[in-house]
Design a binder for this molecule. Structure first.
Ligand SMILES: [Zn+2]
Length: 290
């Protein structure tokens, strides 16, 4: 796995490259035609059983979601910080239950004081400067990133695409309709736009279910242990976040921090004792200009 950061140009290009495998760009039409209408016009029958979304489809949906988030928040243009976040992120990702998604993991920092982090399906993780500043140590940053990696490993984002929506997309993709519209970018994109909407709304507006969050916290603690980080770092960072619910951002999309903290403390309590290695990691974290 290679630590890769991407600049704003690359991220904007995502939209154009998005459906490259099917020869379709992501220039979203201003007025879109629901997939059901396309299917109806061409006689496609949306009655077949749906197939699961593939890893490559998940990746492309995730990139489109990432591009939408980047339209909302600018990237933090600091290579040193971006490189560092990628190194820590890849270290924890390697110890997750899904170390090698289709195109690997990529981490980037968003330039906003709002505390937030987004796990785009397929492996793109965006963390804000506001949330980075909430971390006092490398281990706490690793804890935050491990939680986001767990969402990707558990496919929580892609699971938010409604079953009805995906059934319709998958069915239409497998019919003459897809071939017929293969040359028309706008129409093909229409098929996927609803899926991208579903994921965007979940990760940016509504949040995942409580059980998905609990599971991501549990996996984060396990990842921290396996990666050699202090497993109590998640409880430590949640302790600091507790009571700040009014700040919006990640607090809006996650269960109450006190509720998460109680469960995480029972898995790995925050510890004030710091090992020598942890002190070295903390020193390098504190040199960053966030
Ligand atoms: Zn979460």
């Amino acid at each position: 796995m290679r630590a890769t950061s991407f600049g704003p140009t690359a991220l904007l290009l995502m939209a154009c490259l998005l459906w490259g495998c099917s020869g379709v760009s992501l220039d979203l039409p201003s007025s879109v035609q629901p997939a059901a209408q396309i299917a109806a016009k061409t006689g496609a029958k949306a009655i077949h059983a749906s197939r699961p979304i593939s890893d490559s489809e998940e990746y492309y949906v995730g990139r489109a979601v990432g591009a939408r988030i980047l339209a909302k928040y600018p990237l933090y243009q600091d290579q040193e910080v971006t490189r560092y976040v990628n190194k820590v992120g890849l270290t924890v990702a390697r110890k997750s239950s899904r170390p090698n998604p289709y195109r690997g993991y990529h981490f980037a920092v968003l330039d906003t004081p709002e505390p937030n982090a987004f796990a785009c399906p397929g492996g793109t993780i965006l963390i804000t400067r506001g949330l980075l500043k909430n971390c006092a140590t490398e281990d706490e940053l690793a804890a935050v990133l491990a939680h986001e990696v767990a969402h990707i490993a558990n496919k929580d984002g892609i699971k938010s695409i409604s079953q009805a929506r995906w059934t319709e997309v998958a069915t239409t993709l497998g019919t003459e309709t897809a071939k017929q519209y293969g040359g028309s970018a706008g129409q093909m994109v229409t098929l996927f736009e609803g899926s991208i909407d579903d994921v965007f709304k979940t990760i940016v507006v509504n949040g995942y279910s409580r059980s998905a969050e609990e599971s991501a916290d549990r996996e984060a603690v396990s990842i921290l242990r396996k990666a050699g980080y202090n497993p109590g770092a998640l409880a430590a960072v949640l302790t600091k976040m507790s009571g700040k619910e009014g700040a919006g951002g990640i607090y809006r999309t996650h269960p109450p921090t006190s509720e998460r903290l109680a469960k995480v403390q029972s898995l790995a309590p925050a510890s004030s004792a710091s090992s020598e290695k942890e002190a070295v990691r903390t020193a390098r974290f504190q040199q960053l200009k966030i």
